[in-house]
Design a protein around this ligand. Structure first.
Ligand SMILES: *[C@@H]1O[C@H](CO)[C@@H](O)[C@H](O)[C@H]1NC(C)=O
Length: 561
């Protein structure tokens, strides 16, 4: 009570002096540790063997060979810091794990329980980066109500079903990667721009998927740290636009980023072309084996639908042929059609609709990213920065080439930092997280984990649905009936996930008994992708609307978070 009073008197004080100790993430770490340990011997995906293989490569081979070695198909395709990280981990491998085959360079890993325990522990321990960075985010809040909101944000992220499913069941190191991202984000919030640039460069040298966020970080640091423009808000034009580059800052920031990249890549200078080729394999297809719920899932679905119409409705053949000018010979090939409706196609992605090239996906992604950067350039504050990061993530997920459904975390993390303050953002947020987390369900298809993924995700959603509603500030403007109706509609769509998941689970359950159901194998994945895809695209629309139309959400002034 007394400390609340102190804040209200409004004296200027450094955030560190404030004691937000009661909002501690340590309890959460301890409690969830038990669950993670329980899950550790359960199902894991091939990503587990990928990381085991990288441990073996980095430990056994000289640096120059790391990006050349290809005994296993799981070649090293993350940037150097991640390779150093694997090397670092390999020094902790006890003899019993080594004898278990953990460090063998083989085509297919031959390992047992000790290796599994060891690698699971590395994920759990490295996740401390995430807990630490979020605790720092809470600690540096400026007021008690801000700390309370920060706690809801932080706990929702460390407890995210996405992390549980992807890291602790499927197997990856996202907790640590997103921990570094949050260090970057919190440095931006505290206006430590050099650190912000440094953390982001470090992150890129760990995992290059974050390149998708680079446009937003670049524009933010350029505007907030390296340029000195005064923008006249009322007239919306840029005055003093020439000659105001802060050269000192630009050079400082540039050298820090350069040094980090040099440290990462210099040891590989002789094999640099091989490293680049490994990092950017464009030979992969447009969609991943499972369709990520994005624009291309809808597009693929339309193609499959048109094939059926073409085959079943004779009248439709001529007009379809006229519009899309496809090769109708291909549609005579029953094998091809069967394989395409099962989703396993070689080079041909689409039979009726025009083929999508990597270039087109690249142009679309960049276009939507640049749109998001314009408001950030005009108003380079923290909330705009988070908004631009969110939209860059959305653009890459919705339009990118060969997107994995796991990549949706790149949207969920930045958007979560925004929703705790404005009620209007809750609707797109709820739609996004519910559809995104459900779309991860097919990653974990074993029956043992069914209960965990469904129950955990549902509980998480209910808890944070109410917690976010409780901590957000009330509407500043009048809300019309339209928005309330829209809210109901969105909630209805989210509830629709329940019958869909039930249906899919029932198909799973009775698959062995009835042959008819086995034919539905792909249909059921398509159902999830399309339903969740429409949800995620709608949440993107809603977010865009608020980003471009509603000025009131994006000021930092209210309480500076
Ligand atoms: C946050 O604050 C608590 C209590 O004041 C302190 O014990 C902890 O070390 C701080 N953590 C970080 C990461 O700053």
């Amino acid at each position: 009570m007394s400390s609340t009073k102190k804040t209200k008197q409004g004296s200027v004080k450094t955030p560190e002096l404030e004691n937000h100790g009661k909002y501690s993430l340590v309890n959460i770490w301890v409690v969830t540790l038990a669950l993670k340990l329980l899950l550790s011997i359960g199902y894991h995906s091939t990503d587990f063997d990928v990381h085991r293989n990288w441990l073996a490569i980095t430990r056994n081979l000289p640096i120059s060979q790391w990006y050349l070695e290809k005994t296993s198909q799981w070649t090293l395709d993350y940037p150097p810091f991640f390779a150093y990280f694997e090397l670092f981990l390999s020094y902790f491998i006890p003899p019993i794990v080594r004898n278990d085959g953990c460090l063998d360079i083989v085509e297919k890993g031959n390992y047992g329980i000790p290796t599994i325990y060891f690698q699971r522990m590395t994920v759990i321990v490295s996740e401390i980066v995430l807990f630490g960075s979020l605790q720092w985010y809470i600690n540096t809040s400026k007021s008690h109500s801000a700390a309370r909101r920060a706690y809801v944000v932080a706990s929702s992220l460390v407890l995210s079903p996405g992390l549980l499913l992807i890291d602790h069941i499927h197997f990856q190191y996202n907790g640590m990667m997103y921990g570094i991202l949050i260090l970057m984000i919190n440095c931006a919030r505290l206006e430590k721009y050099l650190w912000c640039g440094a953390w982001f460069a470090i992150l890129l040298c760990f995992k290059h998927i974050y390149l998708y966020l680079a446009p937003a970080v670049f524009i933010f640091l350029l505007r907030a740290y390296c340029l000195q423009l005064k923008i006249d808000k009322s007239k919306n034009f840029i005055s003093n636009s020439i000659g105001l580059v802060r050269w000192g800052n630009l050079i400082k920031l540039g050298s820090i980023v350069l040094i980090i990249f040099t440290v990462a890549f210099a040891p590989f200078y002789k094999v640099l072309p091989n490293v680049i080729e490994r990092l950017f394999p464009f030979s992969r297809g447009l969609t991943h084996a499972y369709w990520a719920p994005n624009i291309w899932a809808i597009y693929s679905f339309l193609d499959r639908l048109l094939i059926q119409i073409y085959k079943k409705v004779t009248l439709s053949q001529l007009p379809l042929q006229k519009i899309f000018k496809f090769d109708s010979e291909l549609l005579q090939n029953e094998d091809l059609i069967r394989s395409s409706t099962r989703g396993i196609v070689g080079d041909i992605e689409f039979l009726i609709l025009p083929t999508i090239s990597p270039k087109l996906t690249f142009v679309l992604t960049l276009f939507y990213q640049i749109m998001a950067l314009i408001p950030l350039f005009l108003q380079p504050n923290f909330r705009r920065f988070m908004g631009a990061l969110t939209l860059c993530g959305y653009a890459s997920f919705l339009f990118g080439w060969h997107v994995h459904e796991k990549a949706i975390l790149i949207v969920i993390f930045p958007i979560t930092f925004l929703v705790s303050r404005d009620k209007k953002l809750l609707a797109p947020f709820n739609l996004l997280v519910s559809c995104a987390y459900v779309s991860l369900f097919p990653l974990i298809f074993t029956s043992g984990e069914w209960l965990i993924k469904v129950v955990y995700t549902t509980l998480w959603y209910i808890i944070y649905y109410f917690n976010f509603r409780k901590v957000v500030l009330p509407f500043k403007n009048f809300v019309g009936d339209g928005e309330i109706i829209l809210d109901r509609f969105i909630n209805g769509y989210i509830l629709g996930l329940i019958p869909m998941v039930t249906l899919v689970s029932l198909i799973d359950l009775f698959e062995h008994k009835f042959e008819v159901l086995q034919k539905l194998e792909f249909l059921k994945l398509m159902l999830i992708s399309v339903y969740c895809g429409i949800g995620i695209i709608s949440s993107w629309n809603g977010f865009n609307w608020l980003y471009f139309m509603d000025e009131s959400i994006w000021d930092d002034e209210i309480d500076n978070n």
